[in-house]
Write a protein that binds this ligand. Sequence first.
Ligand code: ATP
Ligand code: LTN
Length: 338
Amino acid sequence: MCNPVNEAPRKKRMLSCIQPTGTPTLGNYLGALKNWVDLQDEFEGAFAVADLHAITVRQEPAKLRRQIAEMFSLLLSIGLDPEKSLLFVQSQVPAHTELCWLLACCTQFGELSRMTQFKDKSQKHADNINLGLFAYPTLMAADILLYQPDYVPVGADQKQHCELTRDIATRVNGVYGNVFTVPEPYIMKACARVRSLQAPTQKMSKSDENQNSYISLLDDRDTIVRKFKRAVTDSEASVRYAEGKDGINNLMEIYGAATGRSFEEIEREFDGRGYGDFKLAVGEAVADMLSPIQEKFATYMGDRAQLEALMKTGAEHAQYVANRTVQKLKKKMGFVLL
Ligand code: ATP
Ligand code: LTN
């Protein structure tokens, strides 16, 4: 038999990436990054800093360099373990740009023109509607397909790009024979939408002009407590989860995610107590959750040699896996391999 009884079934594979375009918020953490950590035992994971995607809008070189190091350090600090998962920087694995070209010739102009992110971003950056911005989803398809994942954990905003990846993979498989696993988007569990602290009907976003509306993962304790103290709530002064209480609902979700408590437990804990007490408790719980991450972050950022060594090992492992996929496709396409 080819599958002996004592052989564990292959773990499913999962891949996701994040752009180094700013310090992630509590929303990015609870909605995306924390899930990656939680899933890394169950899945064979690959996680990358998507720096090539970042230059689809103009970046200042010194700032980009710093943000790549920061994002890589943060991924390590939140608990992604290079012993368990592939962890790397996209631009350090040349196979991404190589596969992107091969896939570009299998992607239709019409398909890319329909992408809502392209429409939004070309409006926002009307002075720089470049080919990379248009081809962004093809590069993302390359990121994904190189590692043959079964699942891609993403937020709702990236679903359209994942659908396009599936279409490209299916097309290439149809034309050249089976090359790619066709991946599925992985819809993440609760706390997928952390709201703005100032406008709790909107999502918390790192590009919000009002800094009081979001918690950055690197905010210090005083800042975190102060931002929660100023969070918009309602005039009822009762901590309970209910329709129309967007501000309190948001704080309850955050407090629940930070402490592991259910809504009923939270309601009981704050029964008869005012919003002031509750906001302080939320601020402290979030600060307690983030402070070990921040300590590790400072250690990684303080040792550039170690950070670069981890990047190098990650890139080498990723390149090994990725090259196999590129070679397989090039051969099927008719290229002469050396
Ligand atoms: P920007 O604010 O600049 O538009 P962003 O904060 O929305 O960016 P992205 O870098 O586009 O963040 O997203 C990274 C990941 O974080 C995505 O998977 C996205 O779905 C998730 N995410 C972003 N904001 C939130 C939020 N408020 N709640 C839950 N998940 C979020
Ligand atoms: N476009 C994504 C980042 C991204 C990505 C990927 C996500 C780039 N390549 C591959 C999943 C898989 C974003 O902006 N959140």
